[in-house]
Design a protein around this ligand. Structure first.
Ligand code: NIG
Ligand code: FE
Length: 334
């Protein structure tokens, strides 16, 4: 089958959140830990402390995990630096490991800034000019406790003027206006959508904005699944991705995401396959070269050790990827 495309990952981090994972398993809430200075900001502290060399080495390792699950094209966000040096080091590390960098400069408000607006001033004035030379897209976390729709609009409009494509994290916990904003700005995608209601579904159905669904993140946090069937029925384009990150989705397995799509989202294996190949390539602006086995496309091919391609979704947690060819070269063999 075509090489898998993971269009939403956060691989540029150091440290882990295994302690937080244990606390959550015992009943602590993700947003509660976030508000107490843990969560994303805990990874920001670890990532800033690690330095550019360690960060580069971690992203390389994460890229290898992805390859072993059949991923030949992946997007990687910054967003655990939130200062000039660490954000730029994150984007460079993603590019050096073969990923497509997205500047998630608006992931959280770092504690040294008095307000979200003050932080955005600095990010847009001092980081964006260099970030725009490395990244292809910009992303923002629209959520209570992160950035509101007005702040997200300001950030995205300035990023668009700098030549970046636009992505949004929206409706993960609450509907805060990310979907209407994504549609108004003509964003490439709005991602998560676990809390999206009927109006948001209908708005996406009428638009060209892709809904990127991240069921591994919903599973990992014990949250409701996104309304995948309703989105498809409304005419919305959907993609699926891992959301790989240390806090809300510690997995690099696109096949696992396909299993979740088939068992939890009401999508067929065929719908899941197009959501992790052609549609995901479209989100990354690569639909003319990536996501299909066809003349003129990059020779990215996954060989499955299975009697039927649908084992990709059927074999829950299975080790179905036998070999991966990337750009015509054997890149991985089990
Ligand atoms: O997409 N929701 C915001 N960002 C990430 C999680 C980041 C973290 O927990 O470190 C996500 O789920
Ligand atoms: Fe994410």
């Amino acid at each position: 089958m075509p090489g898998l495309v993971d269009c939403h990952t956060h691989p540029a981090f150091a440290g882990d959140r295994v302690e937080e994972f244990s606390l959550r398993s015992g009943g602590a809430g993700y947003e509660e830990l976030q508000a107490a200075g843990g969560g994303i900001l805990a990874t920001v502290r670890a990532t800033r402390a690690a330095g550019a060399d360690v960060l580069r080495e971690r992203v390389e390792a994460h890229a290898h995990w992805m390859l072993a699950h059949g991923t030949t094209t992946w997007e990687g966000k910054s967003g655990y630096g939130l200062d000039r040096d660490t954000e730029l080091a994150s984007l460079r590390a993603v590019a050096a490991a073969g990923g497509i960098p997205t500047w998630l400069g608006a992931h959280a408000v770092p504690p040294e800034h008095p307000s979200a607006d003050a932080y955005l001033d600095l990010a847009l004035d001092e980081v964006l000019p260099d970030a725009a030379r490395i990244a292809e897209a910009a992303d923002v976390f629209v959520e209570r406790g992160a950035f509101d729709a007005g702040q997200a609009r300001r950030y995205l409009e300035v990023c668009r003027a700098a030549g970046l494509a636009l992505r949004l994290h929206g409706d993960q916990f609450t509907e805060c206006g990310a979907v209407p904003l994504a549609v108004a700005l003509g964003a490439r995608s709005v991602d998560h959508l676990e809390a999206t209601g009927q109006d948001g579904v209908a708005a996406l159905g009428r638009s060209d904005v892709v809904g990127v669904l991240l069921p591994a993140s919903a599973l990992f946090l014990g949250r409701p699944m996104p309304p995948a069937r309703a989105l498809v029925d409304s005419g919305a384009a959907i993609a699926l991705a891992t959301d790989f990150n240390p806090g809300s989705s510690f997995t690099t397995s696109v096949p696992l995401v396909c299993s979740l799509a088939a068992t939890q989202l009401g999508l067929t294996p065929a719908q899941a396959l197009s959501a992790v190949t052609v549609n995901a390539a479209h989100v990354l602006g690569r639909s003319a070269t990536t996501g299909r086995i066809a003349p003129g496309y990059r020779a990215d091919v996954v060989l499955l050790d299975a009697p039927d391609w649908r084992y990709l979704a059927y074999h829950l947690g299975g080790d179905v990827v036998a070999a991966v060819v990337r750009a015509g070269e054997l890149a991985y063999r089990r």
